[in-house]
Design a protein. Structure first.
Ligand code: NAP
Length: 254
């Protein structure tokens, strides 16, 4: 199977890291399904950009936490395109607040989007991947699992759960030609982080802020044939922030 015929679904593909992942996978020859929740104009722009560069893409409005919608969407894509080869679980929300100020509804919203969402999309796509005997799931976690800032209980818990889901699922279906890995970005300038990035500037440990393309290239690698021997792993992509945090002046947290 050549990558030219592969079908990829990128959740949260309308903006930030998901946009960069969508553009990169399209450049690598995938037909890309850009899933968004609200930003229809942004998603349409991503599709337009892919098509003007000679690629193939479609945008779909879907909340990854909506079980019925996720099932219907994956079925529709698999039927129309004849398969689903790559699933990138990138969509997420952040709602940082101290635990004592975290309401149950807020906690559940973060967990439902960031963890239940990838469960639903993976469960919907897996039967198709198992039939193909080939599939790639790339989950987008966060450095916050290892170096959480204050107020990140819900977000870090959701991403820690996602990394555990990655390993468990890899053990479950890895022998069926499916690879499941996680990319854990450090600090990347997107709508999610612009305010913090402007406030903090460069990191105290001397690392620059990442750009979405830093993550897109690693996701594309994990989505391809060359990553066949990588299974159930979390690859940190943070410019070295994690390893440098114990140096004097390091470890400043966003
Ligand atoms: N930026 C960073 O520094 C950083 C660091 C570590 C990890 N990450 C992770 O990287 C991923 C992308 O982050 P980002 O900074 O690019 O975020 P972003 O700019 O805020 O974009 C979030 C994307 O997710 C979509 N989305 C949110 N909730 C959704 C839902 N329920 N259903 C479907 N789509 C939904 C949004 O759709 P709409 O456009 O329609 O709203 C948007 O496309 C996330 O998993 C995030 O946790 C980011």
């Amino acid at each position: 199977m050549t990558e030219h015929h592969r079908v990829a679904i990128v959740t949260g593909g309308s903006r930030g890291i998901g946009r960069a992942v969508s553009l990169r996978l399209a450049r690598d020859g995938h037909r890309v399904h850009v899933v968004y929740r609200e930003a229809a104009d942004e998603a349409a722009k991503v599709v337009q950009e892919i098509e003007s560069a000679g690629g193939s893409a479609r945008a779909h409005r879907a909340d990854v936490a909506d079980e019925a919608r996720v099932n219907a969407l994956v079925d529709e894509i698999a039927e129309q395109d004849g398969g689903v080869h790559v699933l990138v679980n990138n969509a997420a929300v952040i709602d940082d607040r101290l635990l004592l100020l975290t309401g149950t509804a807020g906690w559940e919203h973060v967990l439902r989007t960031n963890l239940t969402g990838p469960f639903l999309t993976s469960r919907a796509a897996l039967p198709v991947m198992l039939d193909q005997g080939w599939g790639r799931i790339v989950n987008i976690s966060s450095n916050s699992v290892r170096i959480p800032g204050p107020g990140q209980s819900a977000y870090a818990a959701s991403k820690g759960g996602l990394e555990a889901l990655t390993r468990a699922l890899a053990a479950e279906v890895g022998h069926k030609g499916i690879r499941i890995n996680t990319v854990a970005p450090g600090k990347v300038r997107t709508d999610m982080t612009t305010a913090v990035a402007d406030l903090l500037g460069e990191d105290g440990a001397g690392t620059r802020w990442g750009v979405p393309e830093d993550i897109g290239s690693v996701v594309a690698f994990l989505a391809g044939d060359e990553a066949d021997y990588i299974q159930g792993q979390t690859i940190t992509v943070d410019g070295g922030r994690l390893v440098m945090r114990n140096r004097p002046g390091g470890g400043r947290s966003a």
